[in-house]
Ligand binder design. Structure first.
Ligand SMILES: *Cc1c(COP(=O)(O)O)cnc(C)c1O
Length: 376
């Protein structure tokens, strides 16, 4: 049975994605490729569609966080290099080999298990050796690496395809931490080479690192957020020329004239200060429209910004459209992204919500369908 969906959706602008990719490529040195990070459903933009688009734009290397995310791409027929940033958990080894997936390698026990599974199949598996150069999260610390390297060389089932680390503070433009991390990274890379290993790929930089910090020894960089048009931090606003890829829209389901004094939504946290025209949109916090936008959010309607009034509900929000001329039921409101040369950015949402644009994009829920606007 076919039917019309609730008029709430996300437009994904693939030409903006292409523009942002070009910005990332411009930041790469001539010996570097982009490894596009498409974890968390491509930061909420839809992993399969975004990956396919990036393939068309020439990208051949991708990273996801989990095995499930990798399998989603494989099952869609995406056969490119796939790095799994979450590594390989016990019991997943066979699937990694079966689907030709590359885990990051961050501990010796996993190395042994992957090696055993590869040898059992008379095969080898490519891994990217992950070192902790100062992030304080996962990976081999220098002393552990020193101890492990002789062992690692004996594991014939493993190919050390890559050597990598991750930056903790690259989004702070004057951070000394990043300089220390770069030194540690190169020091550990030298340890690996001295042990006789020659990783084909070397990579350190996320979006912030790529934008602000070089890596002459790197063959890859791993941008995520800038591909989607978000800033690594507000400090980058003047350095990067990015376009929003995600545009969240919802159309007016009901218009109501309320007399002065009327309470609006749960708790009556808003009262009409005059006779007011209120538009109701079929979207709410269950869709990722944060409840903190109660009496604080904004939408773009007929070329102007209009405020959210009252509490955001699970499935509805209310907007004051009293000053919009010609407003009608069915008019569509842009809540995130741009319309008519006006925009509400993910960075702006992040500031209002005291978070980062990464979380803003990831949280736009699965209940909202994505529509892909193809490149002209
Ligand atoms: C998520 C992630 C990235 C991408 O980071 P951005 O800040 O979005 O560019 C790169 N590397 C690793 C290891 C990650 O987990």
């Amino acid at each position: 049975m076919t039917y019309s969906a609730r008029p709430t959706w996300v437009d994904i602008d693939l030409s903006a994605l292409q523009h942002n990719l070009q910005q990332a490529l411009n930041l790469c040195s001539s010996n570097q490729r982009v490894l596009a990070v498409v974890k968390a459903d491509a930061y909420g933009h839809g992993a399969v569609q975004v990956t396919r688009a990036l393939q068309r734009f020439g990208v051949r290397d991708f990273a996801v966080a989990t095995l499930e995310e990798a399998l989603e791409l494989r099952q869609a027929g995406i056969g490119d290099n796939l790095l799994i940033l979450g590594g390989c958990f016990p019991g997943q080894e066979a699937v990694f080999l079966e689907f030709n997936l590359m885990p990051i390698l961050m501990d010796t026990a996993t190395a042994a298990r992957l090696n055993a599974e590869a040898l059992r199949r008379k095969r080898q598996i490519k891994v990217h050796l992950k070192v902790d150069s100062g992030m304080g999260r996962v990976g081999f610390l220098p002393a552990q690496l020193q101890e492990f390297l002789p062992q690692l060389r004996q594991l014939d089932g493993l190919i050390i395809e890559g050597f990598m680390s991750h930056l903790a503070c690259a989004d702070e433009l004057d951070s000394v931490v990043t300089h220390t991390q770069q030194d540690q990274f190169l020091m550990m890379l030298q340890m690996v080479r001295d042990a006789g290993l020659q990783p084909r790929e070397v990579h350190l930089n996320n979006s912030a690192g790529l934008s602000a910090w070089g890596c002459p020894d790197c063959t890859l960089s791993r941008p995520g957020i800038i591909l989607y048009g978000g800033l690594p931090s507000p400090a980058f606003s003047t350095r990067l020329d990015l376009q929003p890829v995600m545009h969240l829209r919802s159309c007016i389901a009901q218009l109501r004239s309320l007399p002065a004094g009327s309470g609006i939504s749960y708790g009556h946290s808003y009262h009409a200060h005059d006779n007011m025209l209120i538009a109701v949109l079929p979207i709410g916090y269950a869709d990722g429209y944060n409840r903190l936008f109660s009496n604080r959010g904004q939408g773009i309607l007929r070329g102007q910004k209009v405020p959210v009034v009252g509490k955001v509900c699970m499935d509805w929000i209310m907007l004051d459209v009293s000053y919009v001329t010609g407003v009608e039921i069915g008019d569509c409101v842009t809540l995130l992204g741009s319309m008519d040369d006006i925009s509400i950015t993910g960075d702006g949402w992040a500031e209002q919500l005291n978070t980062i644009p990464y979380e803003v994009f990831c949280r736009i829920g699965n209940r909202i369908p994505r529509r892909y606007q193809s490149v002209p």
